[in-house]
Design a protein around this ligand. Structure first.
Ligand code: DGJ
Length: 577
């Protein structure tokens, strides 16, 4: 077994670790790639920006061809998804060493084409949720050749070691074969991105304690990592910088000397080793077919007491600097968000130039709010709820809790909040992409605990809140409200969402009160705005205590968004004294 240093040099990547995530246009610009367009980085597909309205299948359903025949049309036709994240396991494509079987891959590409959706491969290979359960049997059964992580008790666990060249080479070879095959067969660019592995990191301990890992851990921190940290010292994320500073901000020494005592140094050591390994896998794949590639993180849960309870060394927000240093071929560091603090987590994954994509999250009403928020506020390239082959997920039932009663009739999928939300976002996609790039977009996600928000956008402040009764405006309803807002011209906004009301306060010199000049409800057909109703009167009067609102510098009128029929509105404002 070779050391980490040998691994890195095998793939000649040492110097690349210092290069920032470069977004280079491919020679064929139709090939999916990331491109900086104005104020946003966007995914380009067939030469045009593409908003990823996705869903992730449960882990193995894509190997069940019969079941998938039912699932595909629902996702594309009823939930309005334009992309499906699907597992492709190492075991499925290389059941025997060196013999590749791409039948499932071909079927998935053909079905995606038939249903007019795109695909993201989830490369379940060396690791899936930290464990190596999707490695082929010939890998699992040859422990001496494909070594595993050893934990504190001395036991080995079903987690392939990052410190083995054999592990890395076998994974990278299979991934390269998958990407070569994808390039050869996928002429219409169904496959637009790849997730590398799944929620990597050591479980059961903060680090690998095999003799090879102990030996690497006792050595100095690799020079390329130290150089990166020194070079980017000013830009390091605060939670990482704190750890380095607390240990004396040394620029050389062993892992424990530079990063202090356990388990911080353990986790950082694992982060570097996972990042180097995954980077080498990404490089091998990109050599065959270079499309955007990302990793996903198991977000630290309240019950996770330390690294090892959550996968130690994964791309958690506090490890981003290590991943940036070690994995320049990885384009995006992505969060799997099941915790309620969606806004806080997406903010942490939108720092230091990381472009947001949420590969796993909710698919119910919360999911609708999440999608709007990520795309509108954090300029995400897309969103994806997990487990979408199971309609119960779209109704808000989780995998472990109660399920819909057997007596309950199946829901009308098209009218579920998430389907309605995607239908809206799909219509708005061209406008959203334009305004992400111009920086003239914002979003809100509100609930009873956080019922109001002020957002500066264009020449106004948008006072966004959960809808209130006109006569009792101080009573807060128990609703999830969400919206996406675009400043489309002077005094003009395009607004969409559900369970929100919005008033406007001028934010530039001039008359201080904003009134509604014109308000339209409508939808987009082939990119063209079609008015379904002219709004006014009861549609726009939000309060009757006109004297009080006049004192507050308000008109008392505004916009009330409610999906599905009042979900998209265009308003023109005017100002008066
Ligand atoms: C997160 C993983 O990444 C998914 O593959 C899946 O196992 C879910 N957890 C289960 O909720």
């Amino acid at each position: 077994m070779n050391t980490l240093k040998t691994l890195a040099c095998t793939f000649a990547l040492c110097s690349l670790a210092l290069v920032a995530r470069a977004q280079t246009k491919p020679a064929d610009t139709a090939v999916p790639h990331l491109e900086k367009r104005g104020q946003a980085t966007q995914l380009m597909v067939d030469g045009k920006p593409f908003l990823v309205l996705a869903g992730e299948l449960s882990n193995t359903v894509s190997s069940d061809t019969e079941r998938m025949k039912v699932v595909w049309p629902v996702l594309a036709g009823k939930v309005h998804m334009n992309t499906v994240l699907t597992g492709v396991s190492w075991d499925w494509i290389e059941p025997e060493e060196g013999r590749y079987d791409f039948r499932l891959v071909d079927q998935l590409i053909a079905s995606a084409k038939q249903n007019n959706v795109r695909i993201v491969w989830l490369w379940f290979a060396s690791w899936k949720n930290g464990l190596s359960s999707f490695a082929p049997a010939w890998v699992k059964a040859a422990q001496d050749r494909f070594p595993r992580v050893q934990i504190r008790s001395g036991k080995t666990i079903e987690v392939l070691s990052t410190l083995s060249r054999n592990n890395l080479e076998a994974d990278a070879r299979a991934f390269a074969a998958l990407m070569r095959h994808t390039r050869e067969v996928d002429q219409t660019h169904r496959v637009i991105m790849v997730q590398l592995e799944n929620e990597v990191g050591v479980l059961g301990d903060a680090r690998d304690r095999s003799p090879e890992a102990d030996e690497a851990f006792a050595k100095p921190v690799p020079q390329e990592l130290m150089d990166y940290l020194v070079k980017h010292k000013r830009d390091l994320l605060p939670e990482f910088k704190e750890v380095w500073d607390a240990a004396g901000a040394k620029i050389s020494g062993t892992w424990a000397e530079v990063f202090g005592h356990m388990p911080k140094a353990d986790e950082i050591f694992m982060g570097w080793n996972y990042a180097r390994y995954v980077n080498a896998v990404a490089e091998a794949g990109k050599k065959e077919y270079s499309i955007p590639m990302f990793v996903n993180a198991w977000i630290v849960q309240p019950e996770d007491k330390g690294p090892g309870d959550y996968p130690s060394g994964g791309p958690q927000a506090h490890m981003h600097d290590i991943w940036r240093a070690g994995a320049p071929a990885v384009d995006l560091l992505c969060p799997d968000i099941y915790l309620p603090d969606f806004t806080g987590i997406t903010a942490r994954y939108s720092r230091a130039g990381n472009t947001l994509f949420v590969p796993e999250s909710a698919g119910d009403t919360r999911g609708a709010a999440n999608a709007f928020y990520a795309i509108g506020q954090q300029r995400a390239i897309g969103y994806s709820p997990f487990g979408i082959d199971n309609v119960a997920r779209l109704q808000g039932f989780g995998p472990n809790g109660p399920q819909p009663a057997a007596s309950q009739p199946p829901p009308d999928v098209e009218t579920l909040p998430f389907s309605v939300a995607y239908k809206t976002l799909a219509q708005l996609a061209p406008s959203i992409l334009e305004h992400q790039s111009k920086g003239t977009i914002a979003a809100a996600s509100l609930n009873r605990q956080n019922p109001d928000q002020q957002i500066k956008l264009g020449d106004y402040i948008l006072n966004v809140g959960l809808p209130r009764n006109r006569r009792t405006p101080d009573t807060v309803p128990d609703l999830t409200g969400y919206g996406i807002f675009m400043a489309t011209g002077p005094d003009e906004y395009l607004l969409a969402g559900n369970n929100l009301q919005i008033t406007f306060t001028p934010n530039t010199p001039g008359p201080p009160i904003a009134g509604i000049a014109r308000q339209e409800n409508g939808h987009f057909e082939n990119g063209k705005w079609v008015v379904t109703r002219y709004l006014g009167g009861d549609d726009s009067v939000l309060r009757y205590d006109i004297g009080a609102v006049a004192d507050m510098g308000q008109s008392g009128s505004g916009v009330r968004l409610s999906a599905p029929d009042r979900g998209i509105q265009r308003v023109k404002l005017y100002r008066y004294r």
